[in-house]
Design a protein around this ligand. Structure first.
Ligand SMILES: [Mg+2]
Length: 249
């Protein structure tokens, strides 16, 4: 994997940031009461320096954010730097908010029924709770075999992925990853896949890192053509790197 210093910034027209572990330190606390009537979620904060750099960057390139989290959360934590030249994608590429337009992928009821069935089965296990999502199921719990086993046993047709993200399992449809979401942004911008820099650190980023010009923050978990230094948050590092480029050009 190459270092950032080898990146040809002049070829880049847009960038997609993952959130957790890339622009926000990892470590989400989530607790839901067993009957689903109480929910507590606490995540870390995005730095003012990053917001300042994005304000500069969006004058030069398109800024996209793609996360496993729901769109409401993205809209809330990224609110200071919305909306001009910025788009949001939630739930691993399933939902997009672009130029004031909300769009989402469509699944048949078989998929939603399957997720519901899996959710009811998982409820019988010791878990911290479910993160609110429309199109995927995110189970906060300790890592183990039980959740993947439940998914495997109920998903007879092999439709689903079940990925451990470090604090939860993301369960969703294999036909949709962050890469398909990012391809929609490239279509809208009329740019090639490799003109999109994609940044991620985890298993749900693997496809989009391959699709675009991938920069990994965690080479051991997700491969990229480039990697960040490993010091500090990788998303902050690349934002600073690009700002330096545009300011000294
Ligand atoms: Mg991440």
């Amino acid at each position: 994997m190459k270092n950032l210093s080898e990146l040809k910034v002049e070829n880049i027209k847009a960038i997609t940031f993952d959130l957790d572990g890339v622009i926000i330190p990892t470590g989400t606390e989530l607790r839901e009461s067993p009957d689903g009537t109480e929910l507590f979620i606490k995540t870390k904060i995005i730095s003012d320096d990053f917001f300042r750099d994005i304000e500069i960057l969006k004058k030069h390139i398109w800024i996209n954010f793609s996360s496993g989290r729901n769109l409401l959360y993205l809209q809330s934590v990224l609110s200071p730097i919305l909306w001009k030249n910025v788009s949001l994608q939630g739930e691993n590429g399933n939902v997009t908010l672009l130029e004031g337009k909300l769009s989402a992928v469509e699944y048949d009821l078989e998929y939603f029924d399957l997720l519901k069935e899996i959710k009811e089965e998982i409820k019988k296990e010791e878990i911290r709770g479910f993160e609110p999502k429309n199109f995927i199921l995110t189970v906060h719990c300790d890592k183990g075999d039980k959740i993947p086993e439940i998914v495997r046993s109920l998903d007879k047709k092999g439709l689903l992925y079940c990925l451990w993200t470090g604090e939860a399992y993301d369960i969703g449809h294999k036909s949709r990853s962050k890469a398909e979401g990012v391809s929609k942004i490239c279509e809208f911008l009329k740019i090639g896949a490799k003109q999109m820099l994609t940044m991620g650190n985890n298993l749900n980023d693997v496809e989009m890192l391959k699709y675009g010009t991938g920069v990994t923050v965690n080479p051991a978990r997700a491969e990229g053509e480039y990697k960040t230094s490993g010091v500090g948050l990788g998303g902050e590092e690349i934002a600073r790197y690009l700002v330096d480029y545009y300011q000294n050009k």
